[in-house]
Design a protein around this ligand. Sequence first.
Ligand SMILES: *Cc1c(COP(=O)(O)O)cnc(C)c1O
Length: 380
Amino acid sequence: MRFETKAIHRGQDPEPATGAVVVPIYATSTYAQSAPGKHAGYEYSRTDNPTRTALQTALGELEGVGEGSGGGGVATASGMAAVALCGYLLGAGDHVLLPDDAYGGTFRFFARVLGEQGFEWSVARPTEPDSVAAAIRPTTRLVWLETPSNPLLRVADITRLAAIAHDAGALLVVDNTFATPYLQRPLEFGADIVLHSTTKYLGGHSDVVGGALVTADRELHERLRFLQNAAGPVPGPFDAWLVLRGIKTLAVRMERHCANAAAIAEYLLADDRVAEVMYPGLASHPDHVLAGRQMDAFGGMVSFRPRGGRAAAHRLAEQTEVFFLAESLGGVESLIEIPAAMTHQSVVGTPLEVPDDLVRLSVGIEHVDDLIEDLDRALG
Ligand SMILES: *Cc1c(COP(=O)(O)O)cnc(C)c1O
């Protein structure tokens, strides 16, 4: 079965009692048992809920992990809850190697939460794999990667970084939020765990916060399922249902996100009011060839620096009308933001600091001419 079909069918058979073609929202915390300990697979909704089970099956399938293979998806209450579950894989004294360009919240969690509890962390540049290899310590347990990265949209070689992590006995975690499994399946390149903020493209409509981990490894999957239940950061059934509904249209949405983003990147590149454009689909992007090998298309995120520095960037972000000035990404509506003042405030003054004149676009699925006209007007 191909991706588009799996997204609509895997984990989503008609409900047996009524034939409902949509997985119901099982709003229940507990399940009646026929005898003590005897039940049909569900006992308590922190442990398992049928709406969440359907979502977890679908997530696994989209990342290439078949139902019944032993691996699979683990849905969480947010992307950060998925990051935190990975944190529970660390033992006392363990080290995490973080990328130098990543979601600010991920950095904040490892540096300011686990770091303050005595776990070790440091930062390397995944686009220079030798620097990652050099930064590995005997205690390195997790190598973290975001590709394409946030907000600079650099692309790193998953195959090489997986080999480096595995040589050191560490796991490679790839945050696949920007690419989505429609464009990139990191497990195929050797990653051990894929992470998603399902708040973004998988949900796709800016109406839910959620997260997920996916692994093809049976033991690791069992451990993550154990941690999900033991720590408890699970999505409620309505949130799981919203993400499941979003996933059904992921393929068609991503096609339009990618086409619109590519057109906007070309438009910005040609405009002399713009100093620099970052989009992996541009031939001028430093990782363009690698991105072409690793991804099926180049995604819906575009970053750029207008001429005129921070003031020009802020003015632009305040003047768009179709692009809403807002954090987050991956929804059908276009968003504009200033990472240094918004999503990446928590990394100011750290090795992950981003330029203060950087503008990040989450290009939506509106008509591309309306988006380009909006930017053209706002660039002034
Ligand atoms: C948003 C985001 C997260 C965190 O997810 P939440 O759902 O906001 O908790 C993690 N990684 C990336 C790349 C993100 O964009």
